[in-house]
Design a binder for this molecule. Sequence first.
Ligand SMILES: *Cc1c(COP(=O)(O)O)cnc(C)c1O
Length: 385
Amino acid sequence: MVRHSSRIELSQSSLTNNINFIRKKIGEGVRISSVVKANAYGHGIRSFVKMAEKAGVGHFATASAFEAEEVLDAKSDSSDVMIMGILYDEDIVWAVENEIEFYVFNYERLALVLEAAKKTGKQAKVHIEVETGANRTGLTKVDFLPTLAFLKKHSKEIAFKGLCTHFGGAENFSNQFKINMQHERFKNFLKQCHQKNIVPEIRHIACSAAALAYKDTVYDMVRIGVAQYGFWPSPDIYYSHLQEIGKQSDGALKRIFTWKTDVMDVRDVEAGEFIGYGTSYQASQNMKVAVMPLGYSNGYPRAQSNRGHVLIKGKKAQVVGLINMNLFMVDVSHIPDVQVGDEVVLVGRQNNNTINISSFTQVTQLLNNEMLSRLPSAIPRKVVK
Ligand SMILES: *Cc1c(COP(=O)(O)O)cnc(C)c1O
């Protein structure tokens, strides 16, 4: 196999640590659904699913049927897959046939699900998502009673696997009133289930932030994305954890991701010369630069031009000039004896230095997700200890 221009290493021990930490937080008897949408937040869905199974996870949530198909390929027989988002009408039969659980958020869909169950001879497994205040997807109050009646009538063909909703902004305490309102509305839906005597097998509403900071939102299952990858959902959630354990800082969650490449070329640049495209960087003295074999088309953000850093021989080397489509340069004047082929860390640790994802995106976790999820799936992922 020809070598790719960069590689991503995933730490099994860090993931196991994170899953165990989350387990301790949510308590016994609560199932973790590992959210692996967006190529497992850029970590690589196939490698990640296998790693999560090693850490004891047996349930995976995706945003699309397309992603679910990848999970199906990678997972062991005993794990379950759940589609939270897009499943086209023409793929419902495929989902039922493969025993994939999926969200239903409008009443009309149920007739198609029933049809698919009859056609395949298999029971469909649906999670009814209810509208509680995020106003994206979710069944409204008006449609809920007919839905319950339908599920009751066709319980042989359709399993009422779950009742769920999603919080719009649980990571910020300033949204607490909204989260509380959403939770109250969810409880009302649940009450109606009991009144009509048709109850879901499981209830699940908490994402990472809610699972870590709002204990009362932890029902039978939690849907964990960002935290399992080793990121606190926000400073609010981190500080509430510190308060809970009475400490000043805590390394309970560990990043599992390291992104590496190798020095492609090393060259001397004379004072007064410009580096790369245009004139955005001019050498003010004689310098030595190392060429990196990747650029913005490989997921390395163009915004890092003239300001990002990489690690070579454990030392920080600053990006000089613009990030090109497939190349960029770094200043290694201060690092002795840099050679072609030397390992470069783009994100992660080398010796005693670290480049964080947050140094790319300046603080907000949402942007962390954005940066990670845009890493091309073509970059090879390798699981390490
Ligand atoms: C992405 C997503 C999650 C996971 O959110 P995190 O904050 O990353 O834990 C949970 N539920 C739904 C419906 C989602 O779309």
